[in-house]
Structure formats: structure tokens, C-alpha cells
Write a protein that binds this ligand. Structure first.
Ligand SMILES: Cc1ncc(COP(=O)(O)O)c(C=O)c1O
Length: 498
């Protein structure tokens, strides 16, 4: 990385020059650089509107290239050790759709973990690709899916030598990364390309104590949510591209197909600024962040009834080769005798602390570059009080412990999505083929996807989530499920079966 070059902000500077030149706006947006005064301007200031410009002369058009946006994208690529980058304004969600649509054609195979974000499943529906699912390691005590072992990936690659791509999550929402370098090596040896969901790994590249970044590991493409952990505004992400296995032109084609023709320049400029910040100060601030997380873990682990995952979590006997993002605070609360959902609500109501997410047995607190010691101290104090409230020595009420298994896929997601379907009661759905995605949000990882056979276990799990306050997102109303109407379904070609 060229530190001197990284001091530049081509897009941000061009926007500043444009606004300072005080142009007379006869283009959109209609608020005309803040000439009308809405309540939002009172709240957050008129400058947000002044800089909310569309694509005036001198600023460049997002999809065209050759101007300041491309110069800023080159600097981002340089900061991440990539060859090319593309700025995204619809999150990593859109980056994932772009990379799958841009590399895997209908009916080509892609090897991927089952615990992927919903955008991956939606990409399969839109693209018509065949998923070859590999099973993540499952931590039954914490009730979370972790990453996938290299041996699982290699088995799938050997059984499907015609697969076009391998998809890796680096890391999971809970900060668990796999041995990405070995997965890349095995995939490239077989001429398969490697696509990486790095929504939660935008900070990895800037500190050696964090898991390996996709670009360092030699992956072909990665989608990074700069907004999550690298300081840009919500929804701003980027695609990073390395080498020549994927076609940059093909990615751009998909980009302009899905992207708005009125991209938000505040989001784009926030990537430019965050990139400069991370490139020049990222290492130092992450060093502080890691120390702060270590302090938090130490203090939290002294509190009765609370267990905060240690960085060695990924490398103990049952989670052999994984690496853990040491800035994440995964806090197990099951010994308090309450679900993570209940603890998350309580901590918000009583202590005004907003956590990232809850699962049945844990809550997740994300420390990132903006976190401060006083915030961490409030979190520790809140958990001390909560522990006093609920934890007594001796036996705790045992929470229901279900064994989690993902369902079996029997039809390609695209085929299931387009098949005639009907809604039935969830409790009557055992053995039917699902025709919608059903997920708990966050994290937005579907528990059921179109084409999967609905098992008794899954029905029980939904019942549990519905009663315990998890937010369930699906097309049909609560208690119902959309299934393939098999009486009226003419199954597709034979090779639509998996
Ligand atoms: C694992 C994973 N992948 C992808 C995404 C999508 O990222 P974004 O919110 O930037 O669209 C998320 C969002 O939380 C996620 O958790």
C-alpha cells in the first residue's frame, strides 16, 4: 500500500470543490442543495443536503469510470491489496448478488455453506445456479453455526469437479473465520473461483492479529461491508477483485443492471473518507480496539453466569482450525436462565444499551473503531447488575436445548420459487417442500429456503423462536408457510433435482 497516495480523497475533494463553487442547480435532487428546509435539516444540518448531489459535471458517473470515482476505487483496491474495487451503495447484499450473477451461470454449480446470508439464496433464485451445500460446524452449546472445515470443502470439490465457484464466509456474524488460505489453494488447484462474503471482515486487512482477509488469502472476489466495521455510512460496501479469474467487465454489467441510476454520493464519499482513515490510522486504532475487547472479555468472564468467548474459541478441540475475530464480544447468557432475546430487550430498556443481536443462548456486542472505554464499562456494569438479578449459586433453569440440523434440499431454489405454491399451517408442513425463505433477523440467515424439505425438527425450532421473541421474516403470515403445491406442479427437467 502506498501511504502517500492514500492521503488523497479524489471523490470527496471533487464534491467539496463542486459545492464550494456554489453552482445553480437545475438538476435533481429536488431539494436543490438544501434550498427547502425540512425537519431533517433541522435535525442533522443543512450540509447533508448541500452535499447530496447526483452526478453533476466534474463528479463522474458511477457506472462509466474514467473519473474521480474510479480514482477513489483504485485507492480502495490499493488499501486492501486488491487489483480492482467497485463501490457499492446497496450494501454487501448487492455485492453478493453481483459476484454470484457475474460469475456463475444458470445451472452451473456453486459450493457454499448452508448458513449463508439471505442475499446468497436470493442470488441462487435469480441466477438459477445449483447450490452444493457444505455443512458448517455447529456449536450445540451456544446454538450457533460456525464456519466450514477445509475437509468439507475439499470433499464437495472432489465430488463436484465441474463446480464453477466456491463461496466462503469470512467471518460468520459471530466472528468465526475458516482456514481461507487452504480453501483458496484447493479451489484454485481445481480451477474453481473463490467468492467471499466479508460483510463482517472489512477491518481484517488492517491488523495482523485479526483473521486473514480474503485478498491476503488470494481469493478472487470479496464483498466487504465498510459500513459495519470500517467507518463509512450505513449501506456503503465494496467489491474487491484480485487476479484474472473473474471478469471485471461482467461484474460491471451486473452492477449497472441492479444499481440505481441515482447513486447516493454521501454514501460513496463516505467510502472514500473511511478508506483514507483505515489506510492511515486503521492499524493503530484497531490495536486499541483489540486491547479494549480483551479488557471487556476479562471483566465479563468474572461475572457469574456470563461467558464471553475467548480468541482461542476457534482453535480448541471442537473448533479445530478456525480463527476468531478478537474484536467481537460473543456473550453466552444461558446460565442466567434467560434467552439472549430476553437479555437483549432488558439491557436496552433498563440500561439504554443497544446490542447487535441476540440468539437463543447468547448476545453479540460488536466493538469497532468507534468504540470507547466508557461504553465498554457501561456494558460491564449492566451485566454485573443483570447477573445479580438472575444468577444464584446452584442449578439454573435449563433452557430448552434443541438439536439443530438444516433441512435437505430436493429441488433447485429457483425451481421451487417459481413452482405453483400454497400456504398451509406450519404445524402441518412436515415432509412438504418449502417455497419461501424463512429467517430470524438479525442475522438474516435463512433456516429454510425454497426447495428444502420441511422437517419436524425445523417446525419445532420455529415454534420456539416465535415464542421466544426472535424476529421471524418470511413471506407468509406467522404460523403459516408457503410450500410447493405438488398436485399442480409439473416438475422441471430431471436435472433440476439435486
Ligand atoms: C454474513 C452476512 N453477509 C452479508 C450481509 C449483508 O451485508 P449488508 O448489510 O452490507 O448488505 C450481512 C448483513 O448483516 C451478513 O451478516
Amino acid at each position: 500500500m502506498d501511504r502517500k497516495r492514500q492521503e488523497q480523497t479524489p471523490l470527496l475533494t471533487a464534491m467539496k470543490n463542486y459545492v464550494n463553487s456554489d453552482p445553480v442547480p437545475f438538476d435533481v435532487p429536488g431539494h436543490k442543495m438544501g434550498r427547502i428546509h425540512t425537519e431533517l435539516a433541522d435535525l442533522i444540518g443543512i450540509d447533508v443536503f448541500r452535499y447530496d448531489i447526483n452526478a453533476p459535471i466534474g463528479i463522474d458517473i458511477l457506472y462509466k469510470g474514467g473519473g474521480v470515482i474510479e480514482q477513489s476505487a483504485d485507492l480502495l483496491a490499493d488499501a486492501y491489496g486488491a487489483d480492482k474495487s467497485i463501490f457499492l451503495i446497496n450494501g454487501t447484499t448487492s455485492g453478493i448478488m453481483m459476484m454470484i450473477m457475474g460469475t456463475v451461470a444458470a445451472k452451473e454449480k456453486i459450493i457454499l455453506p448452508r448458513n449463508v446470508h439471505k442475499s446468497v439464496i436470493n442470488s441462487l433464485i435469480v441466477s438459477g445456479a445449483y447450490p452444493i451445500f457444505v455443512e458448517p460446524e455447529y456449536d450445540q452449546y451456544l446454538g450457533i453455526a460456525n464456519n466450514v472445515l477445509v475437509t468439507e470443502y475439499v470433499k464437495a470439490m472432489d465430488e463436484n469437479p465441474d463446480a464453477k465457484a466456491v463461496f466462503v464466509i469470512n467471518p460468520t456474524y459471530f466472528g468465526v473465520a475458516g482456514d481461507i488460505a487452504s480453501i483458496v489453494e484447493q479451489a484454485h488447484r481445481r480451477n474453481m473461483i473463490v467468492l467471499v462474503d466479508e460483510a463482517h471482515g472489512a477491518h481484517f486487512h488492517f491488523h495482523e492479529a485479526l483473521p486473514l482477509s480474503a485478498m491476503e488469502a488470494g481469493a478472487d472476489i470479496s464483498a466487504v461491508s465498510l459500513h459495519k466495521t470500517a467507518g463509512s455510512l450505513t449501506q456503503s460496501s465494496a467489491l474487491l477483485i484480485k487476479g484474472t479469474r473473474v471478469s471485471y467487465e461482467q461484474l460491471l454489467k451486473v452492477y449497472s443492471m441492479f444499481g440505481s441510476t441515482s447513486p447516493n454520493h454521501l454514501l460513496l464519499a463516505s467510502i472514500d473518507a473511511a478508506r483514507k482513515f483505515m489506510a492511515l490510522q486503521g492499524h493503530e486504532i484497531l490495536e486499541e480496539n483489540i486491547k479494549l475487547a480483551e479488557y471487556a472479555r476479562k471483566e465479563l468472564n468474572l461475572i457469574p453466569g456470563i461467558q464471553c468467548l475467548n480468541p482461542e474459541y476457534g482453535q480448541n478441540e471442537s473448533h479445530g482450525e478456525f480463527h476468531f475475530d478478537r474484536t467481537r464480544l460473543v456473550i453466552a447468557v444461558r446460565e442466567l436462565g434467560h434467552t439472549g432475546f430476553e437479555i437483549m430487550q432488558l439491557i436496552r430498556k433498563k440500561y439504554n444499551i443497544q446490542l447487535e443481536l441476540a440468539e437463543t443462548y447468547l448476545v453479540l456486542a460488536i466493538l469497532a473503531i468507534g468504540s470507547r472505554k466508557e461504553d465498554v464499562d457501561r456494558l460491564i456494569q449492566a451485566f454485573k447488575e443483570i447477573s445479580k438479578m438472575f444468577f444464584e449459586d446452584g442449578e439454573r433453569p435449563i433452557l430448552k436445548n434443541f438439536h439443530f440440523d438444516y433441512a435437505d434440499v430436493c429441488v433447485r431454489p429457483r425451481e421451487a420459487y417459481h413452482a405453483p405454491n400454497k400456504r398451509i399451517l406450519m404445524e402441518e408442513a412436515e415432509g412438504e417442500i418449502c417455497a419461501e425463505s424463512v429467517m430470524i433477523y438479525p442475522p438474516g440467515i435463512p433456516l429454510l429456503i425454497p426447495g428444502e424439505i420441511i422437517s419436524k425438527n425445523i417446525i419445532e425450532i420455529f415454534d420456539f423462536y416465535a415464542k421466544s421473541g426472535g424476529t421471524i421474516i418470511k413471506d407468509s403470515p406467522l404460523g403459516m408457510i408457503q410450500i410447493i403445491d405438488q398436485d399442480n406442479w409439473k416438475k422441471g427437467e430431471e436435472n433440476d433435482e439435486i
